[in-house]
Design a protein around this ligand. Structure first.
Ligand code: FAD
Ligand code: NDP
Length: 321
């Protein structure tokens, strides 16, 4: 039987790479499975789908998402992380060493003394007409990330959704926009009272009830208008739009762990408060896969650091490292 790796990291966004850098520098010779279009996202994670990242410390002039992730990958490898461009399709955490199985060789168990799960989440969007053409040219799924970009200043912005994220994003965007339209498919918001109150008392935000965005159009270079479909009377209306933000939830990439690890009702992995520890000792979770609240590169990186430090301590306590 092959030797068990000390630490296997599943996933390759900021959480996975930060965990890898810390684990590698601690001499744990981590092995990362970075995924191959796992969850529909390229290796490197969600930031590979965006342009400028302006809120990751250390880059005062900003850096593109793909370049930031390339640099993290290089840093992980520099300190001794082995990276496989493979997706983990099955795991067995019922006994130690743990077993993980790659899509490339599903019959062979890869053994691990500890596992760090950093498989991230995928922002949900809607396949409206014009989506592909204007994604990242006015259409976004992260207001906090993109909202302050110059293209969104003093123009009408549309936010789709009725939950806390949609309310938070609409409120945030109202600082930059000429007006914000919150497009919700029902006549009642799902968001908490406090978030609703913020939206309802903000005179720059208007709610379009019982409505959905059915199309996006523009000049080919950037979004110029959206079509609002009124669900009660079936009517359609074109409105000028400088931006369209989807805030209809995220899907954590946790299908592989269903029934094996504790999750909340939305499928986010549960960790013990203030730690990266899951309900299985020796299995840690970091980044968006366990964080439905902040969902930022820097918070993902921070929890990746926590996961690696906890894995190192856990291996030491168990006499493995
Ligand atoms: P992710 O980045 O989601 O990466 C997880 C990786 O794991 C993916 O590559 C996935 O393919 C892989 N994976 C999944 N399942 C498996 C498996 N079974 N086996 C192997 N690999 C697997 N945040 C900011 O701070 N600033 C920004 O400007 C910013 N802009 C954004 C723009 C967009 C368009 C989006 C969608 C998000 C943006 N974010 C931004 C949020 C940020 O990208 C995320 O918070 C962050 O990437 C989360 O990191 P993570 O490591 O948890 O996971
Ligand atoms: P939610 O699942 O709570 O809300 C998603 C919203 O999108 C709902 O209003 C839903 O409509 C709408 N929606 C979903 N699918 C579609 C679709 N296909 N077409 C149109 N609309 C759609 O997700 P959130 O991201 O808002 O929140 C996730 C979790 O994170 C929650 O627990 C929330 O409380 C928490 N959170 C807390 C924050 C805070 O406290 N500051 C900030 C952000 C999130 P409908 O209501 O009709 O189902």
């Amino acid at each position: 039987m092959q030797n068990a790796q000390k630490v296997i990291i599943i996933g390759s966004g900021p959480a996975g790479h930060t965990a890898a850098i810390y684990a590698a520098r601690a001499g744990l010779t981590p092995v990362m499975y970075e995924g191959f279009m796992a969850g529909g996202v390229a290796a490197g994670g969600q930031l590979t789908t965006t342009t400028e990242v302006e809120n990751f410390p250390g880059f005062p002039d900003g850096i593109t998402g793909p370049e930031l992730m390339d640099r993290m990958r290089t840093q992980s490898q520099k300190y001794g992380t082995t990276i496989h461009t493979e997706t983990i399709e099955r795991v067995d955490f019922s006994s130690r060493p743990f077993k993980v199985f790659s899509q490339n060789d599903p019959a062979t168990a890869i053994l691990a003394q500890s596992v760090i799960i950093a498989t991230g989440a995928t922002a949900k969007t809607l396949p409206i007409q014009g989506f592909g053409e204007y994604w990242q040219k006015g259409i976004s799924a992260c207001a906090v990330c993109d909202g302050s970009l110059p293209i969104f200043k003093n123009v009408p912005l549309f936010v789709v959704g009725g939950g806390d994220s949609a309310c938070e994003e609409a409120t945030y965007l109202s600082r930059f926009a000429s007006r914000v339209y919150l497009v919700h498919r029902r006549d009642k918001l799902r968001a908490s009272t406090i978030m609703q109150d913020r939206v309802l008392s903000n005179n720059k935000i208007e709610i379009l009830w019982n409505s959905e965005v059915s199309a996006a159009s523009g000049d080919g270079k950037k979004l110029g208008s959206v079509t609002i479909h009124h669900l009660l009377n079936g009517g359609n209306e074109n409105r000028d739009a400088g931006g369209l933000f989807f805030a209809i939830g995220h899907k954590p990439n946790t299908d592989v762990f269903k029934g094996l690890l504790d999750m909340d009702a939305d499928g986010y992995l549960l960790t013990k408060p203030g730690t990266a520890q899951t309900n299985v000792e020796g299995v840690f979770a970091a980044g968006d896969v366990q964080d439905k609240r902040y969902r930022q590169a820097i918070t993902a990186a921070g929890s990746g650091c926590m996961a690696a430090l906890e894995a190192e301590r856990w291996l030491a306590v168990n006499g493995i490292h």
